[in-house]
Design a protein around this ligand. Sequence first.
Ligand code: UTP
Length: 225
Amino acid sequence: MRVVYKIGGHLLDIEHGATEISDYLKILKKLHDKGHRLAVVIGGGENARSYVNAARRLGADEASCDQIGIEVTRLNAELFILGIGEDAYPTPPRDIAELKNALRTEKLVVLGGLTPGHSTDAVAAIVSEIMKAELLVRLTDVDGVYTDNPKTNPSAKKIEVISTKKLLDMLISKKYWAGGYELIDPIAIKIIERSKIPTRIVDGKDPKNLEKALRHEKIGTLISE
Ligand code: UTP
């Protein structure tokens, strides 16, 4: 199966030992060994936000702040590549041409951001288009899409299946800026919509969900027409 995983940078506690990364790696290696074609996009998390905010305080324009964020996502991707070793394409592709070359190999491709103006969610959607992925899985710190922010509203209800249009309506009222994509980047949703990419938003705190989503278990929220 061709699958793209987006692992939120906020899930990686790099400062305290990176155990989460090795948990993800074990499962990714297993799925790769079984013959699944995988690409993994890593987000920037707190470190990206700190760097973006520091750049903004120094007076940088938004595109340059994005570029700083991209560099942090690539650094996170490098950690995954180091952990995977031989089975990984040796560097995070920096543009579409390099991405295509990497995808032509048998290697597990790990990357971070590509260009300013969106998040790694959009990168994961672009990679899904190029790979003709049968599934895109976004791993985050909530177990799906809720009617409201479950962290601030305890009566928020989980939605099992949501259309791209409904999801966009929910997100469109919010503001997005460098380092500030919360549930999912609306640009990613537009790409998911135009290429009808089956997408699941799942709880990434449990790495087993990588495998469960691939087995089409009904976890998290499915984005589907
Ligand atoms: P992320 O996608 O990681 O955003 O990119 P995030 O909000 O930290 O997401 P999680 O927590 O990992 O899921 C970090 C920042 O890098 C820039 C954006 O500014 C983004 O907010 N970026 C990233 C880009 O401009 N382009 C890209 O292709 C990727």
